[in-house]
Design a protein. Structure first.
Length: 335
């Protein structure tokens, strides 16, 4: 009986080894697919699509150029050669005096760590609800430049949104009351000026002057502990490009019908003008019929809160989808 059993095992050995080999191949393939799905950034570390963003952006943005500085500089206002054509948020016409004082205490350059990069891989992190439970934090942290918006928190949400912040775009009403708590020590704090009062608020804060209290739709921080060396003033040129070229908005609108781009779409536009790779995460709003779905990953407000805003979110969604179709940007979350 033992001899018969041994003979049967010997005859089946080839089949057993074959099944085992097939099983190991299936396990390897499964792991390989998981890795490629959950870590889409890794493949971009070996090659850099230099020039690809510029080429595709030119298809979407008329007269696309990278010649304009990202941030406003003192020299451009100390000796004004070409006055701005538009008032804020699309130009600086009428705000030159206060801007001159503000630019004398802030900076305009990019950190050397970014300037020396041969390839700038950027992630623009929106504030959308779809980031919640996304586990995208580790992936977001792998990018060279991480751009965040307004007062969106990082602490407590690191697993989903990451912890790295290269620059944060904000305006006074959206400024976090303590910028040191939700940013890295070297984060650039980029003021997006919508109105002259925004310049006055920033100047008063940094020079410790009497605070500006009127002219805001929501009271901004009266104490804002930030290092002036980390503060930048966004060039309104990028707001103009976002409005005129991506949303086809007129630069001069009737007072009752004013529409402005969101900070999120503005951040994508900015990235398209200095990055070699642009990925986005956390963009998109709930369906208009879903009135109970929250719009942010960190608070409970719904789409109803956008009703009185000057933003056309459906119009912006079309612009972002067009960028995705062109391969100009890639999405790390669903849209």
């Amino acid at each position: 009986m033992p001899l018969l059993l041994i003979k049967m095992i010997n005859k089946s050995r080839g089949k057993i080894l074959g099944v085992l080999a097939l099983f190991l191949v299936m396990v390897w393939y499964s792991i390989y697919r998981e890795d490629s799905f959950y870590f889409p950034v890794q493949e971009n570390k070996t090659t850099c699509p230099l020039g690809e963003v510029e080429r595709k952006a030119a298809q979407l943005i008329g007269n696309y150029t990278r010649d304009h500085p990202l941030f406003l500089q003192l020299k451009d206002y100390f000796w004004v050669k070409t006055p701005s054509l538009y008032e804020l948020p699309y130009g600086t016409k009428g705000s030159e005096d206060v801007l001159l004082r503000l630019l004398s205490i802030t900076h305009y350059s990019l950190p050397k760590s970014i300037q020396r990069l041969k390839c700038r891989r950027c992630a623009v992190v929106g504030n959308g609800h779809r980031l919640r439970n996304s586990s995208m934090g580790e992936t977001i942290n792998t990018y060279d430049v991480v751009i965040r918006l307004n007062n969106a928190p990082v602490h407590g949400y690191e697993q989903d949104v990451g912890s790295k912040t290269t620059m944060r775009l904000f305006y006074p009403e959206s400024a976090h009351f303590n910028p040191r708590t939700e940013n890295n020590p070297d984060t650039l704090l980029v003021l997006v000026p919508f109105k002259p009062m925004d310049f006055q608020w920033m100047e008063a804060i940094l020079n410790d002057k009497k605070r500006v209290r009127k002219g805001f739709w929501k009271q901004p921080p009266l104490i804002w502990d930030a290092n002036p060396e980390q503060v930048r003033i966004l060039n309104p040129y990028y707001m103009e490009v976002t409005a005129a070229k991506l949303l086809n908005l007129p630069m001069k609108q009737p007072r009752k019908v004013k529409q402005k781009p969101t900070t999120g779409l503005l951040a994508i536009t900015l990235a398209l003008h200095f990055c070699d790779l642009v990925h986005i995460a956390g963009f998109g709003y709930p369906d208009s019929a879903n009135k109970k779905q929250t719009i942010h990953y960190y608070e409970q407000i719904t789409l109803k809160s956008m009703a009185a805003s000057e933003h056309n979110v459906s119009h912006e969604a079309v612009a972002i989808k067009r960028m995705l179709e062109l391969g100009l940007i890639k999405n790390l979350t669903y849209f």
